[in-house]
Design a protein around this ligand. Structure first.
Ligand code: SIN
Length: 302
């Protein structure tokens, strides 16, 4: 059952055995099959500005026992990872996006989480308090319903990123309309849930991981169904489509990663101040960018 597996992977004493956790990066993996990636010229133009490797070099998989769940093995370049990590921490935590800490009045009007956490009088407690940001159609955590009057502009780069992923995996036009960014510290978890607020559930949901590694748990349509655990490393993209779109899922554990794919031997990249701050944050944290289409094709409002 999902709850039992969640409890097992969350436990500190004794720590869980990770032998059954599916690691797509392990080439001997018998749980996954390689799938075709479609590369178009226009995608590669976008890839460059999005910090992605050329699409024809990507490795994508499906899961034998989890129909509809797809996985792209880190398609980002090291500098691409750095850029996205900085964006998630510096740009996407600014207004008009909504943060969990807004409700507590920790930030005065013109102050940003980034400046307050890393500026001259940095506040480490504020840094650790950031748990989520919502963009586009803002997720309503109580009602779970999106509303036309609770919506702001979704960044074009997020639209472009998911559109490149969708085309590469053979999905029809995907329109990013809502995003949740989850910020995890090393002891954070995310309880099992389904993502069912979107009107058009036929559209895939894109979930991009950065920073430290997660044990991601995915069960069935009911909490009673058994669950599979997967390892998600920095850069990995999980796509919940078709039969997997409404499955229960959650994150019972964050682990220190066994690599740092944002590092590069290219000295010309340098270490700007923003990256120094982001790198220190990410050494003890994980970020998940969760991007959805809300409306049906052709629909312009709720
Ligand atoms: C989510 O399902 O909302 C987040 C999953 C993740 O952090 O990988």
């Amino acid at each position: 059952m999902f709850k039992d597996s969640f409890k097992y992977y969350k436990a500190r004493q004794p720590a869980p055995d990770l032998k059954d956790v599916i690691d797509v990066h392990n080439s001997d993996n018998k749980n996954v099959r390689k799938i075709t990636v479609f590369a178009a010229d226009c995608q590669n133009d976008l890839s460059l500005y999005l910090g992605l490797k050329p699409v024809e070099g990507w490795s994508a998989f499906d899961f034998i026992n989890i129909p509809g769940l797809l996985f792209i093995k880190n398609p980002f370049t090291p500098s691409g990872q750095r850029n996205w990590i900085v964006k998630c921490l510096k740009n996407y935590t600014k207004k008009p996006n909504i943060l969990n800490i807004d409700a507590h009045g920790f930030l005065n009007d013109d102050k940003t989480w980034w400046d307050e956490s890393f500026g001259a009088a940095s506040k480490t407690d504020l840094l650790a308090k950031l748990r989520w940001a919502t963009l586009g159609y803002h997720h309503n955590w109580d009602t779970k319903h999106y509303a036309e009057n609770f919506k702001t502009e979704i960044p074009q780069d997020l639209k472009d990123l998911t559109s490149v992923f969708a085309t590469a995996l053979g999905f029809n036009k995907f329109n990013a309309e809502a995003a949740i960014i989850n910020y995890y510290r090393m002891n954070s978890t995310l309880a099992g849930h389904t993502d069912h607020s979107e009107i058009y559930l036929e559209a895939p949901l894109f979930s991009v991981s950065f920073g430290q590694t997660a044990v991601f748990l995915i069960g069935g349509l009911k909490l009673e169904d058994p669950a599979h655990a997967l390892l998600l490393r920095s850069g990995d993209v999980v796509v919940m489509s078709g039969n997997s779109r409404l499955r229960y899922h959650g994150v019972p554990r964050i682990l220190y990663g066994d690599s740092a794919p944002w590092e590069s031997n290219d000295q010309s990249l340098g270490e700007c101040n923003d990256w120094k701050r982001a790198k220190s944050y990410i050494s003890e944290a994980r970020i998940n960018l969760n991007i959805r289409q809300v409306l049906k094709p052709g629909q312009s409002a709720l």
